[in-house]
Ligand binder design. Structure first.
Ligand code: SAM
Ligand code: SF4
Length: 328
């Protein structure tokens, strides 16, 4: 069974938002004051597991749990265990801000998570606080240390780089990654939701600029490695680390898109940068236990996956949902 969209792309990768809530308020992701969803609108962990199971039966090979901050949802570990046991699922992974990792890393590794993404935009305590508004750098660094000790196969940092805020830390982050045997993806900010702290056009930093900056210190060689995500990778001779760039503006990756997203309300979003979606929660709650109906709704949804996103940083954001509501 395979999920194929109207442009012939095979969909094998599902990102599931476990919660829209978060203990951080990163300036590019959220407004300072946020309203979160009431519980009744949020899928239960059992409902998420049921939807995840239907997807895997339809050929999804990789599920990433994200949010909001996935590790703050109570009992989410039980869902990790259930999803981890699904036949056909080749990879179950998590993107986290790292705030809970010190306590949870080992449990997640034991439940079958092999790789982990941790978001980290600054190694400077004050700057980290300003970017996350509520985060504590040392807690996250301890979390990364705990993850290293827990024996994940790979740990990748995600860093959104903003001109004038953390673009002077590109090399510091890379040095940290190389010293610790981690991977990194540098991300161009996307215009999702209305933010107030910076002008997205003015703070834009292209991946090409970052590569030029890195090349002043390190030899950066393009690599043909691909993962199932949107990063394009480079290598530095003598190091194991993969240096990735996620470039939704400067190097559009839509033609090879294999991804769909499930919001915490059970809305299946066919594209990060468009509103095309299908309400799977409605199907699930109207026909409880009828997995074939759910699967049919998913198959039917493939026909409305848009060809590509169109982002323009100089315009008001067309997509009003924030990244935390999207399942980044
Ligand atoms: N809370 C977790 C975390 O921060 O890793 C998971 C959810 S977060 C929305 C997932 C990823 O999206 C993070 O790496 C974050 O940096 C990135 N992100 C959030 N808002 C973004 C934006 N407007 N543009 C690009 N990336 C963004
Ligand atoms: Fe929370 Fe992650 Fe968004 Fe930061 S990027 S506010 S940690 S969901």
């Amino acid at each position: 069974m395979a999920l194929i969209d109207g442009f012939g792309r095979e969909i094998t990768y599902l990102r599931m938002s476990v919660t829209d809530r978060c203990d951080f308020r990163c300036v590019y992701c959220m407004a300072e004051e946020m309203e979160f969803l009431p519980r009744a609108r949020v899928l239960t962990l059992e409902e998420m597991t049921e939807i995840g199971t239907a997807f895997v039966e339809l050929g999804i090979e990789k599920i990433r749990l994200t949010g909001g901050e996935p590790l703050i949802r109570r009992n989410m570990e039980s869902m990790v265990e259930s999803l981890g046991q699904l036949d056909g699922l080749k990879e179950l992974t998590i993107t986290t801000n790292g705030s809970q990792l010190e306590q949870k890393a080992q449990q997640l590794r034991d439940a079958g998570i092999k790789r982990l993404n941790v978001s980290l935009d600054s190694l400077d305590e004050d700057k980290f606080k300003r970017l996350t508004r509520t985060g504590d750098l040392n807690t996250v660094l301890k979390g990364i240390e705990a993850a290293k000790n827990a024996g994940f196969e790979r740990i990748k940092l995600n860093a959104v780089i903003l001109k004038g805020r953390n673009d002077n830390e590109v090399i510091d982050l890379l040095d940290y990654v190389l010293e610790n045997g981690l991977d990194i993806s540098y991300i161009e900010e996307m215009p999702l939701g209305q933010i107030s702290e910076h002008d997205r056009g003015l703070s834009f930093c292209s991946s090409a600029e970052l590569r030029e900056l890195i090349a002043e210190k390190y030899e950066l060689l393009p690599s043909s490695e691909v993962t199932s995500g949107p990063s394009r990778y480079w290598r530095i001779p003598g190091y194991e680390s993969r240096i990735g760039f996620i470039s939704p503006h400067s190097e559009n990756f839509c033609d090879s898109c294999n991804r769909i997203r499930l919001t915490v309300e059970g809305r299946l979003l066919l594209c990060l940068g468009n509103e095309h979606s299908v309400d799977l929660r409605a199907v699930l709650r109207r026909y409880p236990g009828e997995r074939e109906r759910l699967k049919q709704a998913i198959v039917d949804a493939m026909t409305i996956k848009p060809e590509r996103h169109y982002f323009d940083l100089d315009e008001e954001p067309q997509i009003l949902r924030f990244m935390n509501a999207t399942g980044g």
